[in-house]
Design a protein around this ligand. Structure first.
Ligand SMILES: C[C@](O)(CO)[C@H](O)COP(=O)(O)OP(=O)(O)OC[C@H]1O[C@@H](n2ccc(N)nc2=O)[C@H](O)[C@@H]1O
Ligand SMILES: Nc1ncnc2c1ncn2[C@@H]1O[C@H](COP(=O)(O)OP(=O)(O)OP(=O)(O)O)[C@@H](O)[C@H]1O
Length: 282
């Protein structure tokens, strides 16, 4: 069998998310703190000489050509002018529409994986800029360092954070990011903070009131998790999370949740597991 390049696509959390305003193009200016989780999807890549991009794993409800993996691969192919293609396999482990960035992370892993497979040697700035055309969250996954993000999420300042354990609960509802951002009741006037005052910031997510109002399952998950620890929403949801000093404490709370409510425990990391793996291959 042809050799495959196997790479992880980790999840992210928004440890806080402040919305500062709305730009003329409808996108929102925000400030957010990204940290990665040691939990994610897994992708495999194999070279094709005929230029075809073929994602060989189906995600229910996502047509082949709209999958962010295929879109990322085709964009890189076109921008680089390569005649090479790839077969790609996806082991989808992250809940979709969960606010933990699964699709964006898959796209970033595709850009970095194919850059390596096709020997393009693009630098990180170029890959991040291409990634931004696929989604606001793609650049942070391309760079792979925990970061304070501004703009629509693309102006990134790397930060060193504690690396606690997180319990992430995934209510079984699909939250539309576009709907949350277009809700008239969304807070859009949080004053900006400076990166140096990060430590004093509370963990507020400005999307949370709107998501709680629209999705009772998310509100119920927050109420439940708040019985054990301070819980909040990541991104535009649906996932909610709480932090713990060690894995044992997180697992203990997880065991007390209803079995019908999907959840996982993972450590927060300042260097994404994708980048740790790529460094190991270099
Ligand atoms: C909320 C976050 O998850 C925080 O990490 C991201 O900013 C969302 O990033 P994403 O899922 O990659 O979002 P995109 O696919 O770029 O945008 C989805 C939709 O959300 C809205 N959107 C997104 C990001 C942003 N800063 N302002 C917005 O108004 C836009 O209506 C857009 O059409
Ligand atoms: N490879 C992919 N994985 C997941 N979703 C994908 C993928 N490709 C396309 N999509 C589409 O993107 C939508 C959002 O998926 P995703 O898992 O990135 O949401 P999310 O976790 O809310 O992301 P974010 O935190 O960036 O808002 C899905 O409903 C699906 O239609």
């Amino acid at each position: 069998m042809q050799e495959r390049l196997t790479l992880p696509a980790p999840a992210k959390l928004n440890l806080f998310l402040h919305i500062l305003g709305r730009r003329p193009d409808g996108y929102h200016e925000l400030q957010t703190l990204f940290q990665f989780l040691d939990h994610g999807d897994e992708l495999q890549f194999a070279l094709r000489e005929d230029g075809v991009i073929h994602l060989r794993s189906d995600i229910p409800g996502v047509p082949h050509d709209s999958n962010l993996i295929v879109r990322a691969a085709r964009k890189l192919q076109e921008a680089s002018g390569t005649r090479l293609g790839a077969d790609i396999w996806l082991d989808k482990r992250l809940p979709m529409g969960g606010g933990i960035g699964g699709g964006s992370s898959d796209a970033a892993t595709t850009l970095l994986g194919l850059d390596r497979l096709w020997n393009l040697q693009w630098d990180e700035d170029r890959l991040a800029a291409l990634g931004l055309t696929l989604g606001a969250d793609v650049p942070v996954f391309v760079r792979g360092r925990a970061a304070f993000a501004e703009g629509v999420g693309e102006k990134l300042t790397p930060v060193e954070l504690e690396e606690p354990w997180f319990l992430v609960v995934a209510p079984q509802v699909f939250v539309s990011t576009a709907e949350v951002f277009s809700d008239p009741e969304l807070t859009r006037d949080t004053p900006p903070i400076k990166v140096r005052s990060l430590l004093g910031v509370d963990g507020r997510n400005d999307c949370q009131p709107v998501v709680e109002k629209r999705y009772p399952d998310v509100r119920n998950a927050l109420i439940l998790l708040n019985k054990f620890t301070s819980a909040r929403l990541t991104g535009t949801g649906a996932c909610v999370f709480g932090s713990f000093p060690n894995r044992g404490d997180a697992d203990k709370v997880r065991r007390q949740l209803p079995a019908t409510l999907p959840s996982f425990v993972a450590q927060g990391r300042n260097i994404s597991m994708l980048h740790r793996k790529l460094q190991g291959l270099a």
